[in-house]
Design a protein around this ligand. Structure first.
Ligand code: IMP
Length: 418
């Protein structure tokens, strides 16, 4: 019986999980997604060819690996089919849970309409329909991939749903799908996806029993988790490691090493609290050096300093065994580097994440910068000041930093102790 290795984001997403997942996917038999939808995204370049991954697990880039999309995911057939086109046949290498929920174009319309109506209170979602698809699931009016096996039945149910909610949808400006078009779309989805739809829970149990090497790939980050993030400015799924169990039908005892991914600084897209955000020159410089623009939406990311308080929270919630610290080289050339070490909250210094992060003021410590870490591949070669920065973060967050990334290149990665 093997245990599954797990990768989770420790900040607000975009930590650079792609590079580590891609690296680890080379040595795993199965790569599995457990939550989120096509709101996530990373680009991987192999032999000069660019691949954009949103929902297909990164194992697709290792010809020997197989890929599972678990029940915790919301899947847009339209976007998934488009994403599949980048690859040759995936038969025998891709398994989609019959219990994953279907995200349809009207979910995106609802998402965008709600954001519009919220005005300056908008969450800043990706507009992909993630929230409405999960809302339907929880309200028990969603549809699962298994239902694609019977398109007529599914088209009828969706049409009835629109009839019941006609007044609401009309007020929001959401179009009622035309029955014939809807049915034709569902038939097309069935044809493209049915060969991959199966009971992935059973499959997970089998592969773990067969001692396969299994990698669980998280999406987004801990601070965007529906329960443990900066609610309501969060995504609509469980992004923390516990979500891997519910989202794939495995038990906590099936989880092995948990690798948490964090950037050497911090970013966030969308609205909501971000205590260590830097709205000045330093933030601009981080954005420019780190190419901090969204993969899915192209939006500029908000940038700021490493938040050790939020990170300690994330390390504990996820049961992180080791941290991969990404984009260390983006801090190259800064004279001073700040780290948020505590918050001021209601006149007191606190070292935990309170109910409302909006109410805190960051307390910083300042570290001396270094010239360059770009492309360094061994820990010993790092400038002393960078080593000191890393050691200080480790002491604050309560987990070892075992992997350090010093450029986007696959090889420019320090793995300590190897
Ligand atoms: P939604 O997931 O589209 O509903 O968006 C909710 C919040 O999560 C917004 O602030 C998004 O910017 C953020 N978000 C969703 N997916 C990602 C991601 O992959 N990286 C970073 N932020 C994300």
């Amino acid at each position: 019986m093997s245990k599954a290795d797990l990768i989770v984001g420790l900040q607000w997403g975009d930590e650079g999980k792609g590079k580590i997942v891609d690296h680890m996917a080379q040595t795993h038999d199965y790569v599995c997604r457990f939550a989120g939808g096509h709101n996530a995204g990373h680009t991987i370049v192999i032999d000069g060819k660019e691949y954009a991954l949103h929902l297909i697990p990164s194992g697709v880039l290792n010809p020997d690996a197989k890929n599972i999309v678990g029940n915790g995911v919301v899947l847009s057939p339209e976007d998934f089919i488009e994403e599949m086109k980048q690859f040759g046949t995936l038969e025998g290498r891709l398994f989609l849970s019959d219990k994953a929920h279907i995200l349809l174009p009207y979910h995106a319309q609802i998402d965008q309409a709600k954001e519009r109506l919220k005005g300056d209170k908008a969450i800043g979602t990706t507009g992909k329909g993630i929230g409405p698809a999960y809302a339907d699931k929880i309200a028990r009016v969603g549809h699962r991939l298994g239902e694609l096996r019977h398109p007529e039945k599914l088209a009828t149910k969706i049409t009835e749903y629109f009839e019941i909610n006609a007044a609401i949808f009309e007020a929001m400006g959401v179009e009622t799908p035309d029955y014939e078009t809807l049915l034709a779309d569902l038939r097309r989805y069935k044809e493209a996806l049915e060969p991959f739809i199966c009971d992935t829970t059973q499959l997970m149990w089998e592969i773990l029993s067969d001692d396969k090497k299994v990698l669980l790939e998280g999406a987004q980050g801990t601070m965007l988790d529906i329960d443990h993030g900066t609610y309501p400015y969060v995504t609509s799924s469980t992004t923390v490691s516990a979500g891997a169990c519910a989202g794939l039908g495995i038990s906590p005892k099936d989880i092995g090493t948990v690798t948490g991914i964090a950037k050497a600084y911090c970013t966030r897209v969308g609205n909501g609290p971000f205590p260590s955000e830097d709205l000045g020159e330093a933030g601009d410089r981080l954005r420019k050096n780190g190419h901090e623009f969204g993969t899915t939406t192209g939006r500029p990311r908000r940038c700021g300093w490493f938040d050790a308080v939020a990170m300690r929270h994330a390390v504990r919630i996820n049961g992180v065994d080791r941290v991969a610290l990404m984009k260390l080289d983006v801090l190259d050339g800064f004279e001073e580097i700040k780290v948020c070490v505590a918050y001021e909250f209601e006149g007191k210094r606190i070292d935990y994440v309170p109910y409302d992060l909006e109410e805190v003021t960051p307390i910083y410590e300042t570290y001396e910068g270094w010239r360059s870490t770009k492309g360094i591949r061994t820990f010993d070669e790092l400038p002393e000041k960078a080593k000191h920065y890393i050691a200080s973060l480790e002491a604050m967050i309560g987990a070892p930093i075992e992997i350090i990334s010093t450029s986007p290149e696959r090889e420019d990665t320090i793995v300590r102790g190897s």
